[in-house]
Write a protein that binds this ligand. Structure first.
Ligand code: ACO
Length: 328
């Protein structure tokens, strides 16, 4: 690669409303001790308001990112959004964001890779820059998971929250940016983690609505096992093939699905927890937003040239890892 694509700015947005474990105790048969010990989550943010879709959060994140980086909307070449909860089946979330953030006429599309979505989108966006096709690409990961959760199902409703995070990608000639990436997938995982009703195979009916088939379904055990092994393997693989020892890595940026999965990944990669970005206790699993929300919160702690390993696993199954050098 002659040119690398570097993150030149990051911004996050989370809604104000906090859904705490104590509140969930009033809604389903659960308790704070169980949730914290099994997942590490203490609260999550929920987007409230009539007709407030995922775009509300994505637009906030992108507008604030443009302002922070002094980027003229007319200079942006492409918007890629990662989401499983677009406002509508179509048009894409990215199209809506590009329009509302006043970037008319530019290409914009969504990537659906569940919790690996942001990592996939970042990899795709960075390739668009490395080839020389584009100079400014916005990648936004956003999900309103509360719109697809059954708040009577204690096995799923405790896990997820709403949020958005966005990065600006630009060419970098100083050796910073995305230096390596890989993505993996296994569609046979559909039986363990899915949302059945409303797709073309199973269009929504009154009966399916009554059964709650329009909500997230997860068989947590097999997903947990696969997430641990794929996140750990992915981190190790990308470190090995870039000759990075644990000492060389400044930050591990894992998808935030479960604190136990994060700990196992860090352990396997030989990284102490001080080098691992963890904010799951505040936001839960925000699906495509977890990684950019971590980058946003740790932005002031990072230095130019820091080696970051991003790693994700999600529905599909899908997984992947990215090695990047922080640019600022
Ligand atoms: N409160 C109290 N008890 C509960 C709750 C709850 N909220 N949820 C489940 N339980 C019960 C179960 O019913 C079970 O009871 P039983 O033994 O009487 O049957 C018991 O707790 C143990 O359940 P397990 O499923 O074995 O608990 P586990 O330790 O596996 O933790 C969890 C469950 C947290 C869901 C875990 O499996 C997990 O994190 N899975 C992976 C999540 C993930 O990574 N998803 C991928 C990304 S998501 C995406 O891509 C959209």
């Amino acid at each position: 690669m002659d040119k690398t694509a570097a993150i030149s700015g990051v911004m996050g947005y989370v809604p104000d409303f906090r859904l705490t474990n104590a509140m969930l105790e009033e809604m389903v048969d659960t308790n704070d001790e169980w949730i914290v010990s099994r997942t590490g989550i203490k609260e999550r943010r929920i987007l409230k308001g009539e007709q407030a879709g995922t775009s509300v959060m994505a637009i906030e994140a992108v507008n604030r990112l443009l302002e922070k980086t002094n980027t003229a909307t007319t200079d942006v070449d492409l918007v890629i959004a990662a989401t499983v909860t677009p406002d509508m089946r179509f048009p894409s979330l990215a199209n809506i964001v590009a329009d509302k953030c006043k970037m008319p006429g530019i290409p914009a599309f969504d990537i659906n890779a569940a919790c690996s979505g942001f990592l996939y989108a970042l990899n795709v966006g960075s390739q668009m820059i490395s080839t020389g096709l584009y100079k400014k690409v916005i990648v936004v990961g956003a999900d309103k998971m509360s719109s697809i959760l059954n708040y009577k199902d204690r096995s799923t409703c405790i896990l997820f929250g709403d949020g958005a995070g966005a990065v600006l990608l630009e060419p970098n000639e100083e050796g910073c940016g995305v230096l390596d990436c890989f993505m993996g997938g296994d569609g046979s995982g559909e039986k363990y983690l899915n949302l059945k009703a409303g797709g073309s195979r199973t269009p929504l009916t009154h009966e399916l609505l009554d059964l709650g088939a329009h909500y997230v379904f997860q068989d947590g055990g097999p997903v947990f096992k696969m997430a641990v092994s794929k996140m750990a393997e992915s981190a190790k693989l990308i470190m090995e093939r870039n000759q990075l020892s644990a000492e060389d890595v400044h930050w591990l940026v894992p998808h935030q699905a479960n604190k136990r999965i994060i700990d196992a990944t860090a352990n396997f990669a030989g990284l102490p927890i001080e080098k691992v970005m963890v904010n799951i206790e505040k936001y839960g699993n925000t699906t495509a937003a977890t990684i950019p929300l971590c980058l946003w919160e740790w932005e002031n702690k990072m230095n130019p040239g820091d080696n970051l390993i991003l790693v994700a696993f999600g529905g599909g199954f899908s997984w992947g890892a990215t090695y990047l050098k922080w640019a600022y």
